[in-house]
Design a protein. Structure first.
Length: 355
């Protein structure tokens, strides 16, 4: 059945739902998708009519530029459902602004906010039963843009498609992790696209991460590309260090992603008068703190994991255990954030957006 809303959004509903085929108690992250997806094509210099269609394969020419020159950017966000059955997003405007910032860096066109807002809202209404209540349950939302023009000429595309797909999710990471500080490979470089959520940024991480896993580590703490002297990010997350009672994190830059969870933690910390230090952090400083016992906590922050506690750090041939505190900063900020996301507490920042 097809309908067209007053805002121009065309909706074609799936003939039947696959939801009864899903075991929501045992979900592998990013493997199961809802019944519908959002799509909007760009051609002739403008975005065309947006639509919601049944989730399914997409057809592209083998010469589509995304396959050859990597014009692809994406976002990660979540929808949450409270005990009353109401659905909420967390700071969706930040995701919208960031995907356009990423697109600009890859010479891709801005996407209209009215299309993004309307498409996301209608998609979540249509597939609302896929959003399960309960702490840890959520609907992971993946907006992405790819270059679709059929051409292998080395230049930006003249055709794109903006998609939104959704996947039911539980906690992304289980338990604490060990990380290895990089002293050779780099995630990004000055003047590059490290601040963009570009597909190629993540592809380049897989090989060095696999090498770290062979040594018994789960992820890498990335360092600056010129000297490997300063810590920057951890795996696909921003990273925080607690030295004594001060919370440290690296400043965002053209090499570091402006994480929404990161900035939310900093806002919470400022409101609650935590000691915060946002500055360049030397690897040597972290190693020294680990050796003298002043390194109290380390954790990563991102949309999928929210907060991932780091229990050990490797550097060259040494390994340092990091305290895992049941009542530490990591657990405090995770609870504060998830309470806001699941409508369990007041939202003094107006981050929560009801659908």
């Amino acid at each position: 059945m097809e309908t067209t809303l007053s805002n121009g959004l065309k909706i074609t509903k799936a003939s039947s739902s696959r939801i009864n085929e899903v075991d929501f108690e045992n979900i592998n992250f990013g493997k199961i998708f809802t019944d519908h997806m959002f799509a909007c094509h760009y051609s002739d210099g403008k975005w065309q009519q947006p639509e919601i269609v049944p989730y399914g394969p997409i057809q592209l020419d083998p010469s589509a530029r995304v396959f050859h020159y990597g014009q692809a950017v994406f976002e990660g966000m979540k929808a949450y459902k409270d005990a009353n059955g109401d659905t909420f997003l967390f700071r969706p405007d930040e995701n919208f602004y960031r995907i356009n910032k990423s697109a600009e860096r890859l010479a891709m066109p801005d996407f209209p906010k009215e299309y993004f807002d309307a498409g996301l809202e209608e998609l979540l209404k249509l597939d609302n039963k896929w959003i399960k209540p309960g702490m840890g349950n959520s609907l992971y939302i993946r907006p992405f843009v790819i270059a679709t023009e059929a051409s292998v000429m080395a230049s930006e595309s003249n055709a794109y498609t903006f998609y939104i797909i959704c996947s039911p999710a539980q906690s992304y990471y289980g338990g604490e992790v060990d990380v290895l500080i990089a002293d050779f490979f780099s995630r990004s470089a000055s003047g590059g696209i490290g601040y963009a959520k570009a597909a190629g940024n993540y592809a380049a991480q897989f090989y060095p991460t696999n090498l770290a896993k062979e040594k018994g580590y789960d992820q890498i703490i990335w360092t600056d590309s010129s000297s490997h002297k300063y810590v920057e990010e951890a795996g696909t997350m921003n990273i925080f260090f607690r030295i004594n009672d001060t919370l440290l994190t690296a400043p965002i830059s053209e090499r570091i992603l402006d994480g929404i969870t990161r900035k939310s933690i900093l806002d919470l910390a400022k409101k609650e008068n935590f000691k915060i230090d946002v500055r360049n952090i030397e690897v040597a400083e972290i190693i020294e703190a680990a050796e003298n016992g002043s390194l109290k906590e380390v954790f990563g922050a991102g949309t999928a994991a929210v907060i991932s506690v780091i229990k050990g750090i490797g550097f060259k041939d040494k390994h340092f255990k990091v305290p895992v505190l049941a009542d530490g900063y990591a657990q405090h900020f995770k609870k504060s954030l998830t309470d806001i996301q699941y409508n369990l507490s007041e939202d003094p920042f107006n981050w929560r957006v009801k659908i």
